[in-house]
Write a protein that binds this ligand. Structure first.
Ligand SMILES: Nc1ncnc2c1ncn2[C@@H]1O[C@H](COP(=O)(O)OP(=O)(O)OP(=O)(O)O)[C@@H](O)[C@H]1O
Ligand SMILES: Nc1nc(=O)c2ncn([C@H]3C[C@H](O)[C@@H](CO)O3)c2[nH]1
Length: 257
């Protein structure tokens, strides 16, 4: 009976916030863009990429009193010695992203009329951008890639409904523009990043979001809507461009239902 009532009045209203991931190359401007989102839609909630967790791996279970000690900077180790540390990095980046996607919504978000939760990158870009690229460069060997994909698929199937995303915002800029922004930001661990690496990551994004040739292993992911925004231009002083970008995001979110 409940089913027939639903079909008579359209689909059952969905509960919970719309969940979006902002994707894009290194230093394309995701954090900057997300700040603009929050300025425009202050009632939305953003989960930043957990980079400081990767830069300060905490010792666990040490008997010493006081705050946990950092035992290493895994981001730096991965860039310094990718063959040795890429697999370890991907296990930890995935785990921290999974935790972020599983975390309960803040109470304030649930009180909003149209709650939206925005993530900076996702468990999906962990696999279909970064891990895939490391494998294609042989920084993950056949065994590591097979093991990674095995537990990635298993865990995503297990957590299925709790980690679903409603859509992706792909921030697009040329690798040259990303390199300029990366150099300007000057994050210590990224000193050795060259144009070639950004070109590879750009190609991975384009394959997934534009050419749609990346083999995806989750049905919901194949169907997820994608909003592509060109952010080659500096919009920091351009109010009209900012408004144009925010209108596109607003329309995209509204169309998610
Ligand atoms: N549209 C833009 N025009 C010009 N500069 C920008 C723009 N967006 C961001 N920047 C600058 O580029 C640098 C990188 O930006 P940001 O930290 O937002 O990138 P990100 O995509 O979040 O990086 P990461 O991939 O490391 O998480 C910063 O110095 C920022 O001020
Ligand atoms: N290898 C690798 N795998 C990931 O899943 C991943 N996610 C982010 N990064 C790097 C890019 C920036 O330097 C920095 C901040 O985004 O961390 C990653 N590197």
């Amino acid at each position: 009976m409940a089913l027939s009532q639903r079909s008579a009045s359209g689909p059952a209203p969905r509960r919970g916030p719309r969940r979006l991931s902002v994707e894009g190359n290194i230093a394309v401007g995701k954090s900057t863009f997300v700040k603009l989102l929050l300025k425009t839609f202050p009632e939305w909630h953003v989960s930043a990429e957990p980079i400081t967790t990767w830069q300060n791996i905490q010792a666990v279970g040490t008997p010493i009193a006081g705050p946990p000690q950092s035992v290493g900077n895994l981001l730096d180790m991965m860039y310094q010695q990718p063959s040795r540390w890429s697999y370890t990095f991907q296990t930890f980046s995935f785990l921290s992203r999974l935790r972020t996607q599983l975390a309960p919504y803040p109470e304030s978000l649930l009180q909003g009329q149209k709650p939206v939760h925005v993530f900076e990158r996702s468990v999906y870009s962990d696999r279909y951008i970064f891990a895939k690229n490391l494998f294609e460069n042989r920084f993950l060997n056949d065994v590591e890639w097979a093991v990674y994909q095995n537990w990635h698929s298993f865990l995503l199937q297990e957590f299925h409904s709790r980690i679903l995303l409603d859509g992706f915002i792909y921030l697009q800029a040329s690798p040259q523009v990303c390199l300029k922004r990366l150099r300007q930001r000057a994050r210590a661990e990224e000193k050795g990043v060259q144009l070639g690496y950004l070109e590879q990551l750009h190609a991975q994004h384009e394959d997934w979001f534009i050419h749609k040739v990346t083999e995806l292993h989750f049905e919901t992911l194949k169907k997820a809507p994608v909003l592509v925004l060109d952010i080659n231009e500096d919009f920091s002083e351009e109010a009209a461009r900012q408004e144009e970008l925010m209108t596109k995001v607003n329309t995209f979110v509204k169309n998610l239902g």
